[in-house]
Design a protein around this ligand. Structure first.
Ligand code: MTE
Ligand code: MO
Length: 313
C-alpha cells in the first residue's frame, strides 16, 4: 500500500463527492485526528469502493499474509442475503446504508437513536489486520478499518447494572431477501459480556482494505471480535443495548448445543458435528492448526480464568 503525503491528496482521492457531502463532518473529524496523531494514510481506491483515511496499527497486525480482497468480498456468511457464500456479494448491493441510525438503549446514561455520522464523528479510524475464523473451519486475514468498541461504550456511559452488550442487525426483508425465509429468528442478535466488549481488541469496523465496508461484509457498521468464531462478528448493526441479563443470541437460539454464548475459538472443544482442531485459510490448500482464541490467547485468555471452557463454549 502506498503512503502519500497530505499535500498530494485531493478530495477526489479520498472519496467521491456525493459520499463526501453526506459524511463530510465525519471525514473532517477523522482527518483532524489523523493529523494530530502524526500519521496519515490515504487508502488507494483500488477496489472501486469509497476510500477512507485511517492510521495503520502495526502493533495490531496479524503477521500472516492477507486474504485476497476478492475472496474477502465474495465468500461471505450473511444469511440475511441467503445461506450460500456467494449470495451476499450478489444481493447485498441493493441494501440502503445511507441514511443509517443506531439505537443505543438499555442500561445506559445516554440512550437514544443516533445518526451514524454522530456515532462515528468523535472516533479516528485505524487499520488492524485481524484473523477471522468461522465456526465452519475456514479463516481469513483481513485489514479492517474501525475503532475500539470500548471508546463508543465509554462515551454513552453504561450504568453499573450493565453486565452485557447486545447487538442487533437491521431487519428489512424488502432489501434482505434471506429474511423472507425463517432460516433464523430475525433480526440477527449477538452479544458480549461487558469485559469482552471493553477489551481493546474488540473493533467496530466501518471499512476493510482501505475502503468503506462492502455491503456483503456488514456495511455500514459491524463488529469484529477476532478471538471468537465469526458468527459473533455481527453485521449491519442498528441497535446496541446494555443489559443486566445475558442476551439470547440468534445462533444459540437456533441450536443451543452447537453454538454457545461465548463462542471462543477453541481447538480443544469440538463442534458436535465436527472437530475444531484445524482450519482452511481461504486461498491455501494445506490445513492449518486452529490456535486457542484464534491466536489471541496472550491478550484475552485472562478474561476466562477459572471458567470451564467446555461448559461455557
Ligand atoms: N447479521 C449477520 N451477521 C453475521 C452473519 C450473518 O449471517 N448475519 N454471519 C456471521 C458469520 S457466521 C461469519 S463467519 C461472519 C463472516 O464475515 P465476512 O463475510 O465479513 O467474512 O459474519 C458474521 N456476521
Ligand atoms: Mo461463521
Amino acid at each position: 500500500m502506498l503512503i502519500r503525503r497530505k499535500s498530494d491528496l485531493t478530495e477526489a482521492d479520498v472519496t467521491d463527492p456525493a459520499w463526501y457531502a453526506r459524511r463530510r463532518e465525519f471525514l473532517q473529524g477523522t482527518a483532524a485526528l489523523l493529523l494530530a496523531a502524526g500519521g496519515l494514510r490515504p487508502a488507494q481506491a483500488g477496489h472501486g469502493g469509497r476510500a477512507l483515511q485511517y492510521r495503520p496499527r502495526p502493533d495490531l497486525a496479524a503477521k500472516d499474509a492477507l486474504t485476497d480482497f476478492s475472496d474477502v468480498t465474495t465468500y461471505n456468511n450473511f444469511y440475511e442475503f441467503g445461506t450460500d457464500k456467494a449470495s451476499p456479494a450478489e444481493l447485498a448491493g441493493r441494501l440502503t446504508t445511507d441514511p443509517w441510525s443506531v439505537t443505543i438503549d438499555g442500561e445506559v446514561a445516554r440512550p437514544g437513536t443516533y445518526a451514524l455520522e454522530d456515532i462515528l464523528k468523535p472516533h479516528g479510524l485505524e487499520e488492524r489486520i485481524y484473523r477471522l475464523r468461522c465456526v465452519e473451519r475456514w479463516s481469513m486475514v483481513i485489514p479492517w478499518i474501525g475503532f475500539p468498541l470500548a471508546d463508543l461504550i465509554r462515551r454513552f456511559e453504561p450504568t453499573s447494572r450493565a453486565k452485557y452488550v447486545e447487538f442487533t442487525t437491521l431487519y428489512r426483508p424488502e432489501e434482505m431477501p434471506g429474511q423472507r425465509r425463517a432460516v433464523l429468528d430475525w433480526p440477527y442478535v449477538e452479544g458480549l459480556r461487558m469485559d469482552e466488549a471493553m477489551h481493546p481488541l474488540t473493533l467496530l469496523a466501518v471499512g476493510l482494505y482501505g475502503e468503506v465496508l462492502p455491503n456483503q461484509n456488514g456495511a455500514p457498521l459491524r463488529l469484529v471480535v477476532p478471538w471468537k468464531y465469526g458468527f459473533k462478528s455481527i453485521k449491519s448493526i442498528v441497535r446496541i443495548r446494555f443489559t443486566e441479563q445475558m442476551p439470547q443470541t440468534t445462533w444459540h437460539k437456533a441450536a443451543p448445543h452447537e453454538y454457545g454464548f461465548y463462542a471462543n475459538v477453541n481447538p480443544a472443544v469440538d463442534h458436535p458435528r465436527w472437530s475444531q482442531k484445524r482450519e482452511r485459510r481461504i486461498g491455501e490448500f494445506r490445513k492449518r492448526k486452529t490456535l486457542p482464541f484464534n491466536g489471541y490467547a496472550e491478550q484475552v485468555a485472562h478474561l476466562y480464568a477459572g471458567m470451564d471452557l467446555r461448559r461455557f463454549f
